[in-house]
Design a protein around this ligand. Structure first.
Ligand code: TYD
Length: 138
């Protein structure tokens, strides 16, 4: 079963020169899964908490391509907060990790790469249900 130890900080190469930077993220190479879906979150602020769910199937990599935010990950026993504060870093989230994204800067654009196409049925949005489900696996 997933735990917060499996959450990984990823550092991507910056292909920088005098024109600026270019960061490449290839599925199954720079991140541990093939990319099936991307979405991005912007217009959130310091008062907002997003996420608050776990996924039965999807794995994610989150990258703040502009601005900053934080993500709290919880596995039912341990928790950890990761600051996303550089456009060339990401965080890998395995499936069945509870996640909460918060503390968005006004210029935050949070890019999310996912291993699965969207299926609302694989989202667990109730924390008590999440705890019950992970306990049932033990
Ligand atoms: P939601 O999962 O609540 O966003 P977050 O986890 O960042 O707080 O999604 C917001 C809305 O967008 C919700 O109505 C579902 C929809 N949505 C899709 O249609 N497809 C997707 O891939 C995602 C992530 C969300």
């Amino acid at each position: 079963m997933s735990n917060v130890q499996d959450v990984q900080i990823l550092q991507f190469a910056q292909n920088g020169d005098e024109r600026g930077h270019l960061v490449v993220v290839e599925g199954q190479k720079d991140i541990p899964f093939a990319i099936a879906r991307i979405f991005y979150i912007y217009g959130s602020d310091r008062s907002v908490i997003r996420g608050r769910h776990a996924n039965r199937k999807s794995e994610f990599v989150l990258i703040n391509v502009s601005g900053t935010s934080k993500v709290k990950v919880i596995d039912g026993t341990n928790e950890k907060v990761i600051s996303l504060n550089r456009p060339h870093m990401g965080v890998y989230l395995p499936k069945m990790i509870w996640k909460e994204m918060f503390d968005f800067s006004p210029d935050s654009v949070l890019l999310c790469l996912a291993s699965e196409t969207y299926d609302p049925a694989e989202y667990i949005r109730d924390y008590v249900m999440y705890l019950k489900e992970i306990q049932s696996y033990e």
